[in-house]
Design a protein around this ligand. Structure first.
Ligand SMILES: *Cc1c(COP(=O)(O)O)cnc(C)c1O
Length: 485
């Protein structure tokens, strides 16, 4: 990389901050608190700033380029969200402040609960879960408790389609339940014949089904209403993985389709910066069946005093997170929804779907698209398989895209599509950007035939060359040591 690492420019005695004169008596730190042997870098302020700015410039972000990472909804994050989240009345609150002093923040939460309930078609919403996966766990625990309360404690099976995100089976297992996989049919829908036989087989042991709709193939399941009816008739409940909600805002309400519970990935659909581990927010909406099971505290308006209060639903599964969720993410999602309004949200989805279909159309005939005969929703799945370049794989194409200045799409997911390239352009990209991306992929397909090694050794212009992925996973270097590259 050529640039010095921060440990290499340190000089004893340099310091990046100037603290004011101490105006209280100095007190020694407790024994063992300071590790004298820890060689912390001593650098000037300007060196520190350059170090972090340099690192940030080696990174790729939605604010620097197109980021078509399928299923992740890497849309542009409007900067007004950040302005709202930094308003001191929101940013400087303490979670232990008394209710009377945080009525504004609680008001925002109440309105967000109500707006999400309206957008999703649900009876109630919790804002506590910190991510989609956390929302899934919350939802499945509510489903389980509801069935236990009906005295149906033998129910322990959840059906999960084979196109599902890995968090679905993981959540199910964490809840102590058994996962049974449901295959997809040739059109990319849940295989109805197999679903019927699995429901018959597990009958009174069924907790329910987890369904992502549109699914991770970017397809709206054509039998969704019937699927939900079948599960309900068997006494089960249906969980909706709402990660793909960006495709249907203002067009279909999952609650109206019959879903009993669904998580919203506020950081995906409602635009807060994500990737790199958070913070996110996975609000969960529920139908009337589950509304008393929501984790608390949630915000409610007191009938007697008209003030906002924290409320624990009567059969609540309890708390799923300390305090009240990732509040600053909630402020951003609230701002996003209010800035768009009902009309704007519908437009978001219409444009997200239009953009995905445009890209799908431009890539048809260049890369195989297993369900390319169907209209896709906000994303579609192609394959990194090229007829005249048998040695080239999806990973080579993804790495080569980086040389063209694009973040690669999601690769090797969903698992049911070999060499998957899952592309989600989102609504915030222009036709020019979509064309540039399609041109790059078309050009790469040509390069694969004429100069395959160019792809196999890519990326050539990234700060880090292609990693040995096995070594990177098995032989982690977590600490800086001089001379180690
Ligand atoms: C992102 C995603 C999840 C998990 O959401 P997190 O917020 O990352 O925990 C679940 N299912 C699908 C389909 C997703 O794309």
């Amino acid at each position: 990389m050529g640039e010095p690492l921060i440990y290499e420019i340190c000089r004893a005695g340099r310091c990046a901050v100037s603290l004011p004169e101490c105006d209280v008596p100095e007190t020694p730190l407790p024994e063992g608190c300071v590790r004298e042997d820890l060689p912390l870098p001593e650098v000037a302020e300007v060196d520190l700033v350059r170090h972090y700015i340099r690192l940030s410039q080696m990174n790729y972000a939605i604010d620097t380029g197109f980021y078509p990472l399928g299923s992740c909804t890497m849309k542009y994050n409007p900067k007004v969200n950040e302005v709202a989240a930094r308003i001191p009345g929101f940013a400087t609150l303490h979670p232990l402040q008394p209710e009377a002093s945080i009525q504004g923040a609680m008001g925002l939460m109440l309105e967000l609960q109500e707006m999400l309930a309206e957008i999703g078609g649900f009876a109630g919403v919790t804002l506590q879960p910190a991510a989609g996966a956390h929302g899934e766990l919350t939802g499945v625990l509510m489903m389980r408790k509801c069935l236990h309360d009906r005295g149906e404690c033998e129910r322990n099976v959840i059906l999960v389609p084979d196109s599902a995100h890995g968090t679905n089976p993981a959540t199910t297992s964490m809840s102590g339940l058994k996962v049974v996989e449901v295959p997809s049919d040739r059109r990319g829908n849940v295989d109805m014949a197999v679903l019927r036989s699995l429901i018959a087989q597990h009958g009174s042991r069924l907790v329910g089904l987890m369904l992502t709709n549109p699914n991770t193939l970017g397809l709206f399941d054509e039998n969704v209403v019937e699927i939900i009816q079948l599960v309900h008739e068997a006494g089960g409940l249906v969980y909706g993985d709402g990660a793909n909600f960006n495709a249907i805002l203002g067009i279909v309400r999952p609650g109206d389709l019959g879903f009993d519970v669904m998580h919203y990935n506020l950081h995906k659909t409602f635009s807060t910066p994500h990737g790199g581990g958070g913070p996110g927010a996975g609000a969960v909406g529920v139908s009337a069946t589950l509304v008393d099971y929501l984790p608390g505290p949630i915000v409610q308006r007191g009938e007697a005093d008209g003030l906002l209060h924290w409320y624990m639903p009567p059969k609540s599964i309890g708390r799923v997170k300390a305090f009240y969720g990732n509040f600053s993410v909630l402020v951003r999602a609230y701002t996003y929804i209010r800035m768009h309004g009902a009309e704007g949200l519908r437009q978001v989805s219409e444009n997200a779907v239009l953009n995905a279909n445009y890209l799908q159309a431009r890539l048809r005939g260049v890369y195989p698209i297993p369900h390319g005969d169907r209209t896709c929703m906000h994303e579609f799945v192609a394959q990194g398989i090229l007829r005249d370049a048998p040695g080239i794989r999806t990973m080579d194409i993804a790495k080569r895209l980086m040389d063209y200045g694009f973040h690669p799409p999601t690769v090797y997911f969903p698992l049911i599509v070999p060499e998957a390239l899952m592309i989600e352009p989102t609504e915030t990209e222009s036709k020019e950007t979509l064309d540039a991306f399609a041109d790059a992929l078309i050009h790469i397909a040509e390069e694969a035939r004429t100069d395959p090694d160019l792809l196999r050794s890519a990326p050539h212009h990234a700060p880090v060359k292609r990693l040995d992925e096995v070594k990177a996973a098995k032989d982690l270097i977590l600490c800086y040591a001089p001379g180690c590259e």
